[in-house]
Design a protein around this ligand. Structure first.
Ligand code: GLY
Length: 562
């Protein structure tokens, strides 16, 4: 009821209707499509398209709405990436990754010379300078067509008047409450004085509504300056954090190019560094292009083996080379995504036997699976692939008192310490060490594919390091195996990330016989729960139809506004 009231309050925007088809048929729409992990946020984005807005307008409205309805990962206190492919003209990307505060250093997570993982991932020292508000505003300023205020307004209404809690979100909020206990503002925001909300209750966030109102009225200045910035600085000062008002004022989102490649005649664009996503997806596709995946068959042990071997090599390159390009000037990106390099990589793969990842090379930091992705296509077939995050679920778990939003713990994506060697024999590498103003390495892989100059597919997912391989899988499923968008999302997923040296597969994703064959090839294979939450749109040009694949793995799944 409340959800309807909220939507009705969006001036001049009609309510979108959701029609779910049975089985694994994709959802279809002609005008436009917005897929996010929240039905409310998807509807809000779609109503923007219905009102004549474009894909960037819809992305801005949906992303702000997700900050209210999907607090696990939707955010104003985090960061992320947009890959934008206009129907005509050059594709671009927007980098709104968080940055390290000015007083950061590579040794900042050491206590008496010893690495302190809690400090690195779970403290005020884990918080990077947020990028989301600046990034959404930059993309809107360059590409948007609707007034900024109108795009933020639906989120303000949702935060102020509340919305009905789903079972999934109520369960998630109850689950995270113990971790928030040391932060009174977080407990106040996400529970009833420490008592968890129940599904069906109306969840209001008045402080967040006021912050969003400032952003609506003043643009980025409403977040990076004035009362909100002062509240962040105060919280940091009181708790050993480093972010200052000067850091906030200095934050800049960046427009970048895109990683470009081809796969079996399709054009692929992805996110360049500081994300490793575009490089890794492109390199793995290049390697697999030389194998006849279709003939081997979907889900065959052979194809899983080949994919794992290509992943192993791309993840090793990721650790070795990829970091913030504004600090690391010598990233050999062109080489890493070249067909020649793929040829060399392919030749090093034994088609029947697993190779071994060397454990004496580079350190990996761990990345959390809690991120969220939006896939959007508008009436003109402009396309947005947007992935953003707080890093862990609910980020640092720290709500800024009086400002009502969660801070990220993205600094955990920097390497832990220079030359860190631990009992597993891992060694820290320099490119992804923390430095003042530097962006931390990411796996986020917003990706868009076209064919003969026409949009073909928009894909992306949350999932930490598994993001790269989930996005890859959706692409193979559509292009090599001929699946529709929903089938491509539903199909079982696998992951290899070089270290640890093992394939993880989704439970019930592949047959016992297949796993046995992989083990016989020398792979360690482990079974895991759901991998990611991909949101896929395929444009069926012949019928002028958008076909959406919505991921049902997470508790709240995804939903298409169409
Ligand atoms: N924090 C997840 C990522 O950036 O890949």
């Amino acid at each position: 009821m409340i959800r309807r009231a909220v939507l009705a309050s969006i001036a001049a925007l009609a309510i979108a209707s959701l029609t779910l088809e049975a089985g694994s048929a994709p959802q279809r729409a002609r005008l436009g499509m917005v897929i996010t992990q929240s039905d409310i946020a998807s509807d809000i984005g779609f109503t923007v398209i219905q009102a004549g807005g474009n894909a960037i307008d819809a992305a801005v409205a949906s992303a702000f709405a997700l900050a209210v309805t999907h607090p696990t990962a939707g955010n104003v206190g985090g960061g992320g990436f947009i890959v934008y492919r206009p129907a005509s003209g050059e594709p671009v990307s927007y980098d709104f990754r968080e940055t390290a505060p000015t007083r950061s250093s590579p040794e900042m997570w050491l206590t008496n010379g010893k690495y302190d993982a809690e400090k690195h991932h779970n403290s005020h020292l884990a918080v990077g300078v947020p990028g989301t508000v600046a990034g959404l505003h930059l993309a809107w300023k360059e590409q948007g067509s609707k007034p900024w205020k109108d795009l933020v307004q639906p989120a303000i209404v949702l935060a102020r008047d509340g919305f009905e809690l789903s079972h999934g979100l109520a369960r998630s909020l109850a689950g995270v409450l113990p971790q928030m206990k040391k932060y009174p503002a977080s407990v106040a925001q996400f529970s009833k004085n420490g008592v968890p909300y129940e599904a069906g209750e109306i969840f209001k966030q008045p402080d967040l509504a006021r912050t969003l109102q400032r952003i609506a009225d003043q643009g980025p200045a409403g977040f990076y300056e004035g009362e909100v910035a002062a509240a962040i600085e105060k919280e940091m000062k009181a708790n050993g954090g480093l972010i200052t008002m000067a850091d906030l004022k200095a934050y800049q989102a960046k427009k970048r190019g895109v990683v470009k490649g081809t796969y079996r005649g399709y054009d692929v664009i992805g996110m360049p560094p500081p994300s490793s996503g575009g490089m890794a997806v492109m390199q793995i596709l290049n390697v697999l292009e030389g194998f006849d995946l279709k003939a081997n068959g979907y889900g065959s042990a052979k194809n899983i083996h080949l994919a794992a071997e290509a992943m192993r090599r791309a993840f090793a390159d990721r650790a070795r080379y990829i970091a913030d390009p504004d600090f690391e000037k010598d990233i050999p990106l062109a080489m890493l995504i070249s067909k020649d390099y793929a040829e060399k990589q392919r030749k090093s793969i034994n088609q029947d036997k697993a190779s071994k990842s060397s454990t004496s090379t580079f350190e990996f930091t761990s990345e959390s699976p809690e991120t969220t992705h939006l896939s959007i296509v508008d009436a003109k077939r402009n396309a947005v692939s947007l992935t953003y995050t707080l890093e862990a679920g609910y980020g640092s778990k720290i709500v800024v008192p009086g400002a009502g939003f969660l801070l990220n713990n993205e600094m955990g994506d920097f390497n832990a310490a220079p030359g860190l060697t631990d009992e597993r024999g891992l060694i820290g590498t320099t490119p992804n060490l923390a430095r003042p103003g530097k962006r931390m390495l990411s796996s986020m892989s917003p990706t868009i594919i076209s064919k003969d100059g026409q949009l073909f597919m928009v894909t992306g997912t949350p999932g930490g390091r598994t993001i790269i391989n989930t996005v890859l899988t959706t692409i193979l499923n559509v292009i090599d195996y001929g699946m529709n968008a929903q089938e491509a999302v539903d199909a079982g997923r696998m992951h290899h990330q070089w270290l640890p040296d093992r394939i993880s597969v989704e439970r019930f994703g592949f047959s016992a016989d297949t796993l046995k064959m992989l083990r016989a090839m020398g792979h360690e294979v482990t079974e895991a729960g759901g991998q990611g939450a991909a949101q896929v749109i395929v444009f069926n040009q012949k019928d002028n139809m958008l076909e959406g694949g919505v991921d049902r793995r997470p508790p709240d799944g995804g939903a298409a506004g169409k």
